[in-house]
Design a binder for this molecule. Structure first.
Ligand SMILES: Nc1ncnc2c1ncn2[C@@H]1O[C@H](COP(=O)(O)OP(=O)(O)OP(=O)(O)O)[C@@H](O)[C@H]1O
Ligand SMILES: [Mg+2]
Length: 273
């Protein structure tokens, strides 16, 4: 089981779009995939027509020690989701006490890691062979908020790897150096390092700047920039409005092709050079 946080404190770079479409692409490749919505905005849930503000989820898991697997919804074949929950924002705003406040996600994942996943308590009817009962998750993708507070800290401390979506504009690079600073500070304290991947999103091949940014990225982070860049594609923006992933909404679109290729990049560790 690999836990991957999709993280960038910059807003609107494609974290949620990447989490849900990469997760579905991996599920279509036969993997069992769990998505965790660590963003109090609850966008990931909305993309699956789950109303975060009338449900519980990561809020109860992180603040009231609810076992993670009790909060899991089965949203598609081999694809599972824990929504943010109405109160997740309180974790950032309330003064948190206790030395382990950054380790809540890691602790919550520990039992799934040790014992596997036993029951889908989804709101959607479980069809034949839809559930991963007694099974394990191959991938857990964590959709992070556009902030570098306690939720992001929990994601960094709880994950094995990071995927950082980056748009092809100049300010994207500035934000990136800040993100890397935050992560390496935590890594130094913990004396461990987290594997980092970068994916270019909203990519416009015909723009010189986008290609320059890609080259810069590959220079800074050799063998860490995924081969596939996610092109700007309007179907990716439209599909959440129909509570569909790109593979349901426009399976032949550039967006579907790109996220399918990105899943293969991840499975085969394929990078751009
Ligand atoms: N490749 C793309 N082509 C076109 N539109 C895209 C693409 N990727 C994302 N979008 C759109 O851009 C907007 C921001 O994307 P998204 O919500 O995934 O970013 P985010 O990083 O999760 O944002 P936030 O920081 O608010 O959580 C959304 O409207 C989304 O539909
Ligand atoms: Mg988001």
């Amino acid at each position: 089981m690999k836990v991957i946080a999709v993280m960038n404190q910059k807003g609107g770079v494609g974290k949620t779009t990447t989490t849900l479409n990469l997760a579905h692409a991996l599920a279509l490749q036969g993997k069992n995939v769990l998505m965790l919505d660590m963003d109090p905005q609850g966008h990931l849930g909305s993309c699956f027509a789950v109303d975060t503000f009338s449900s519980s989820g990561m809020d109860e898991v992180l603040m009231n020690d609810q076992p993670l697997q009790e909060a899991v919804l089965n949203v598609r074949d081999k694809l599972f989701l824990v929504p943010a929950g109405a109160r997740l924002g309180e974790l950032e705003t309330q003064v948190q006490t206790g030395a382990n406040k950054g380790y809540r996600l890691r602790d919550a994942l520990a039992s799934i890691k040790a014992n596997g996943f036993h029951q889908a308590t989804g709101s959607l009817p479980a069809e034949d062979n839809i559930s991963a009962e007694g099974s394990h998750f191959d991938y857990i993708l964590v959709d992070c908020p556009p902030a570098s507070g306690l939720l992001a800290m929990n994601a960094i401390l709880g994950c094995d790897e990071l995927i950082v979506p980056v748009t092809g504009d100049y300010l994207a690079l500035q934000g990136l150096s800040r993100l890397i600073k935050v992560v390496s500070h935590i890594e130094q304290t913990l004396q461990r390092s987290t594997k980092k991947w970068f994916v270019l999103t909203r990519f416009q091949k015909q723009r010189k700047l986008a290609n320059q940014i890609r080259e810069k990225m590959v220079g800074y982070f050799p063998n860490q920039v995924f081969e596939t860049a996610i092109r700007e594609n309007v179907s990716l923006a439209e599909s959440p409005g129909f509570a569909q992933t790109i593979f349901e909404y426009r399976p032949k679109s550039n967006g579907a092709q790109d996220y399918q290729n990105l899943a293969i990049d991840l499975l085969e560790q394929r990078t751009f050079h």
